[in-house]
Design a protein around this ligand. Structure first.
Ligand code: SAH
Ligand code: DHB
Ligand code: MG
Length: 228
C-alpha cells in the first residue's frame, strides 16, 4: 500500500508515521518498550507517538515536577511523561493489572527512568483516595487513560489532588463520535458523556475536547486546566 493509502485509516497511519519520522526521530527506548509490551501480550492500545510527544511537551510547558497518570499499561505514555520531569521530579502511575505494571517497570527501568516513576498496582480509585487522604502534594499534570467508566470519579479525585494551574488530559473521550448518542447502550459512551457534563458544570475547571484521527481510528482527548 502506498504511503498516502486508499482507506482513511491507512492515510491517518501514514501521517502519524510522517510526523514521527520528521519531528520525533528515532527512539530506541520507546521502540524497545513497545516490543517488550507486545512480546508480553499486552494490548496495542497505548497512545500514538505524536500524542505521546504532545503529553511530553505539555508537561514541559507546564514545568511539571509531579505528574499523575491513571492507566499505565506497558509504560509507553509514562516514558514520554517521565522524560519531561527534572531529575528530582516524580511520576505516579496507577495500574490495575499486575502483569501490565511489571512490564511497565521493566520498560521504565530500561529507559533510564526507574528512579522517577512509582507504579502503583491496584484499582486507581483506591490509590487516588489513598493519596488524597494522606495529603499528597498536588500534581502539576494529570493524564487520565484507564477504564472509561471510572473517568467521572477520576476527575473528582484528580481535582482533589490538583492546584490552580494543574493541567488535566483525558484520552478516548470522543469514541468515533458515539458520545453524541445519548441513548447509547455502551457504558463507556454513557460514562464519557457524564465526564464531559461534569467538566462543563465544574466551576474550578476550564476545558476543551479535541478530535483526533490516527492508526487507532477516530477518537479525541480532553485538555483542561484547574483554575482555582
Ligand atoms: N496510558 C497507557 C495506556 C493505558 S491503557 C499508554 O498510553 O501507554 C489502560 C490501562 O488501564 C490498562 O493497562 C488497564 O489494565 C488499566 N486499568 C483498567 N482499569 C483500571 C483501574 N480500575 N485502575 C487502574 N488501572 C486500570
Ligand atoms: C482502547 C484504546 C485506548 O486508548 C484505551 O485507553 C483503552 C482501550 C481500545 O482501543 O480498546
Ligand atoms: Mg487511551
Amino acid at each position: 500500500m502506498s504511503r498516502s493509502g486508499g482507506e482513511p485509516e491507512e492515510r491517518w497511519t501514514g501521517v502519524d508515521r510522517y510526523v514521527t519520522d520528521l519531528l520525533l526521530g528515532a527512539d530506541p527506548a520507546l521502540d524497545a518498550a513497545l516490543e517488550a509490551s507486545a512480546a508480553a501480550g499486552l494490548p496495542d492500545i497505548q497512545v500514538s507517538a505524536p500524542y505521546g510527544k504532545m503529553l511530553h511537551l505539555l508537561a514541559r510547558a507546564a514545568r511539571a515536577r509531579r505528574i499523575l497518570e491513571i492507566g499505565t499499561l506497558g509504560g509507553y505514555s509514562a516514558i514520554w511523561l517521565a522524560r519531561a520531569l527534572p531529575a528530582d521530579g516524580r511520576l505516579v502511575t496507577c495500574e490495575l493489572d499486575p502483569k501490565h505494571a511489571e512490564v511497565a517497570r521493566g520498560n521504565l527501568e530500561r529507559a533510564g527512568l526507574g528512579d522517577r516513576v512509582e507504579v502503583h498496582v491496584g484499582p486507581a480509585l483506591e490509590t487516588l483516595r489513598g493519596l488524597a487522604s494522606e495529603g499528597a502534594e498536588p500534581f502539576d499534570m494529570v493524564f487520565i487513560d484507564a477504564d472509561k467508566p471510572g473517568y467521572p470519579d477520576y476527575l473528582e479525585l484528580s481535582l482533589q489532588l490538583s492546584r490552580a494551574g494543574t493541567v488535566i488530559v483525558a484520552d478516548n473521550v470522543i469514541r468515533r463520535g458515539d458520545i453524541l448518542d445519548g441513548s447509547s447502550g455502551d457504558p463507556n459512551v454513557q460514562a464519557m458523556r457524564r465526564f464531559h457534563e461534569r467538566l462543563a458544570s465544574e466551576k474550578r475547571i476550564s476545558a476543551t475536547a479535541v478530535q483526533t484521527v490516527g492508526g487507532k481510528g477516530y477518537d479525541g482527548f480532553v485538555l483542561a486546566v484547574v483554575t482555582e
